[in-house]
Design a protein around this ligand. Structure first.
Ligand SMILES: Cc1cccc(C(=O)O)c1OC(=O)C1CC1
Ligand SMILES: [Zn+2]
Length: 306
């Protein structure tokens, strides 16, 4: 069969109509976008099929699986963000295929990068709705893949919290609005995490209040709040524990963190190394005596990281 790309239409989980790129193969359409890197391919892993599950197809290019529509359309949005803003071609920089499986497991309140692909649960309808419905979730999961291919931050303790924070920072920058993570998919509360006020959802907002226990790989989803707050202060500005920081905007701030990720962070980087990496990236971009470098220093001082 001759394979040509086509434009599919469908409603996302929240009932919003969207268009996305599909592949026509004879009289069938596949949820496969061959116009981006080596492809964006979206599967259904319903009923516990072995991953990635069943490639989604349609006979008329009109799609009614909202979770799949969102996963496919938002993965293209994340791909375009990395390509257009950072010149990065997919997770590995070489256009590697972006594979997503929706309906993973049973009422799974989780989203995951499993080292090879993205997985999205449907949620149980109490805690979460289907997790691919929020672009910051897709940006978060795909960024775990980018981090693995770059700094390789170890997923434990402080380096693990940085891995989590970098994923939140990229996911938030891709969504490009508010400072909440997962706000479109959480049902039992307004959001999963707040970068503006981490304490709203049980995260520390300064280093001295960090979690030092062993649960959740040493608190990777808890202590990420400290670095998320530093990003918020650099991007938006604010006064935190008496330290006032002027914001430089989300767009400039995320460039500092992407450069830190690909040039300076290493598998065992801790919070202090994150501060140094962000200062060095700002120095590279704006000069040693720039206002931006001073803002980065102030933000990390505000969250107690020196
Ligand atoms: C919902 C969830 C549970 C456990 C791990 C993750 C994880 O990917 O670390 C997860 O996904 C997120 O945090 C996304 C950003 C909302
Ligand atoms: Zn994560």
């Amino acid at each position: 069969d001759i394979l040509t790309h086509a434009t599919g239409t469908g409603k996302g989980v929240l009932g919003d109509l969207k268009t996305f790129t599909t592949t026509q193969s004879g009289s069938t359409y596949q949820l496969k976008d061959t116009t981006r890197g080596q492809g964006i391919v979206t599967y259904s892993a319903a009923k516990g099929q072995p991953l990635p599950g069943t490639l989604l197809t349609s006979t008329n290019n009109i799609w009614n699986d909202g979770a799949a529509v969102d996963a496919h359309a938002y993965t293209a949005k994340v791909y375009d963000f990395y390509k257009n803003k950072f010149g990065r071609n997919s997770i590995d920089g070489k256009g590697s295929q972006l594979i997503s499986s929706v309906h993973a497991y049973d009422k799974w309140n989780n989203a995951q990068w499993n080292g090879k692909q993205m997985l999205y649960g449907d949620g149980d309808g109490v805690t979460f709705r289907p997790l691919s419905a929020d672009p910051d979730v897709i940006g978060h999961e795909l960024t775990h893949g980018v981090t693995e291919n770059t700094a390789g931050l170890e997923y434990y303790g402080e380096s693990g919290a940085l891995d989590e924070s970098i994923s939140d920072i990229m996911g938030n920058s891709i969504e490009g609005k508010n400072w909440l993570i997962g706000d479109l998919v959480t049902l039992s509360r307004p959001a999963l995490r707040s970068m503006e006020n981490p304490k709203l959802y049980g995260q520390p907002d300064r280093y001295q209040d960090r979690y030092a226990g062993t649960s959740d790989n040493g608190g990777v989803h808890t202590n990420s709040g400290i670095n998320n707050k530093a990003f918020y202060l650099i991007a938006n500005g604010g006064t935190h524990y008496g330290v006032t920081v002027n914001g430089i905007g989300r767009d400039a701030a995320v460039q500092i963190f992407y450069n830190a990720l690909i040039y300076y962070l290493t598998p065992t980087s801790d919070f202090s190394a994150m501060r140094a990496a962000a200062i060095q990236s700002a120095t590279d971009l704006y000069g040693a005596n720039s206002a931006q470098v001073d803002i980065v220093k102030k933000a990390y001082t505000a969250v107690g990281v020196n």
